[in-house]
Design a protein around this ligand. Structure first.
Ligand code: AMP
Length: 191
């Protein structure tokens, strides 16, 4: 039977800090019936629980830099093995480097799966800067916000070209009302 429950989507949300990925991931998960997997949230949770993983990543997270690829591979591999990810998933915040993109391909291939789409939320630089100023968490110093943006440019933005070359990139104008963006992404993923 073909129905909503059978629909599987395996997609990644990509974009700069402040592009709205987290918000869209939650909305899309509800609309599409697959889990939103946010590595940032998983790590923040580990830090809050003071788990061994949390203690390992706390410092690097506070600096705005990236947790190392090997550790992230373990985190994501375990999460994708959970039953709710069998029918599909939306990854929010992973991959963030080219080696992570390769790891993801490998993890999926091992399960006989592959990535179907990479939604790239495109938001102009000046909007990102304005949002960063508005959203700044109490413990985010300005240089940490700036470091996150730089880390994105240096380590994550190359993924845009990487996935475009593979025909997976779905660019979406992210400088619009939230609901419009969600509808656009749902249409793109279903199309
Ligand atoms: P986020 O909420 O996605 O902005 O993630 C918050 C922080 O968690 C980042 O600034 C990184 O330090 C860390 N983090 C989250 N996802 C990853 C990832 N895929 N690779 C490395 N570090 C990550």
């Amino acid at each position: 039977m073909v129905g909503a429950l059978d629909h599987q989507i395996r997609a990644v949300l990509l974009g700069a800090p402040g592009c709205g990925k987290g918000t869209q991931a939650q909305r899309l998960a509800a609309a599409l019936g697959v889990p939103a997997i946010s590595t940032g949230e998983m790590l923040r949770d580990a830090v809050a629980r003071k788990s061994p993983l949390g203690e390992q990543v706390e410092h690097v997270m506070a600096s705005g830099r990236l947790v190392d690829d090997g550790l992230m591979a373990e985190v994501v591999s375990e999460r994708l093995d959970r039953p709710d990810a069998r029918r599909g998933f939306l990854l929010d915040g992973y991959p963030r480097t080219l080696p992570q993109a390769e790891t993801l391909d490998r993890l999926l291939a091992r399960r006989g799966e592959r990535l179907e789409a990479v939604v790239y939320l495109d938001v102009p630089e000046e909007v990102l800067v304005r949002r960063a100023a508005e959203r700044r968490r109490a413990d985010d110093r300005e240089e940490v916000v700036r470091e996150r943006l730089e880390v994105y440019r240096r380590q994550t933005e190359p993924l845009v070209a990487h996935y475009r070359e593979r025909g997976l990139l779905r660019p979406i104008d992210g400088d619009r009302p939230v609901g419009e963006i969600t509808a656009d992404i749902v249409a793109t993923l279903r199309g």
